[in-house]
Design a protein around this ligand. Sequence first.
Ligand SMILES: [Zn+2]
Ligand SMILES: [Zn+2]
Length: 305
Amino acid sequence: MVEVLLLGTGATKPLPYRALAAMWLQVGGRGLLFDCGEGTQVSAQRYGASIYKLDALFLTHYHGDHLFGLPGLLQSMAALGRTEPLTMAGPPGLDGVLDAVLALAGPLPFALCRHTFPDCRGVLALPGGASVTAFPADHRVPCCLYAYTLPRAGRFDPGKAKALGIPVQLWRTLQAGQPAGGFTPDQVLGPARRGLRILYATDTGPTPELAEMARDADLLCMDATYADEADAPKARLYGHATCGEAGALAAEAGVRRLWLTHYSAAVTDPEPGLAAARVRFPGEEAGFDGKALTLTFEDPGKDIP
Ligand SMILES: [Zn+2]
Ligand SMILES: [Zn+2]
């Protein structure tokens, strides 16, 4: 089960009614944060995301609207008494950015584990078999798009386990994908099942690789800076997308859900853009601050009776 929460959906500057784009994922009580613009920690408090539980923070790129909230967030975590290390990941240039952030935030009682994605590419493994894959955006500066993946092990076969004489107390460990008592999961698990995949894709124009990475994803949260299709040339120039382009990409990729985000401050009403996106992808939904969703496995049944 993964809980998704949009902490903001705006671009360039925070507005009284719209915070800067950021996404929070919560899995097993722990949090992942994607981007941290000015005011992200305020949104976290408003919508109930506990920054104390944050395990890793992924920065898409180093434009201010995606990172100016970082010194304040780190200071607040320190004030909460955090001592566990925090993973910080981002495109090349991360060290320089974090050095500047630390110069502002001052000494912290916890370590920052830095992870740079060279050429905006790579995979960061997370606890429980989950991972975040970075791949490049079409933006004016190096920018990572992120795909979070939570795999789903195959179905546990109690008949096989009994036939092999595996003690019942080892079953859950094997079902969780860990070896136990000299037995291995492949002895008792069927083929891997569909897991969960969530993409955070801003700032970017549509790209073939994004369509490929988003194929059949549970959720694509995508740049929709411009609501008016007439702004498509501007979107190309600045490395963004229109709502309609996001809808077209979602349709091409066959995603299960599309949420639009990173609206320009000029977009006071996303409805015309939504209408354009729905022509291409009827399942499209406007992202909005505080929008939340709990994603569960398709096959949530208990394997072990
Ligand atoms: Zn931006
Ligand atoms: Zn940007």
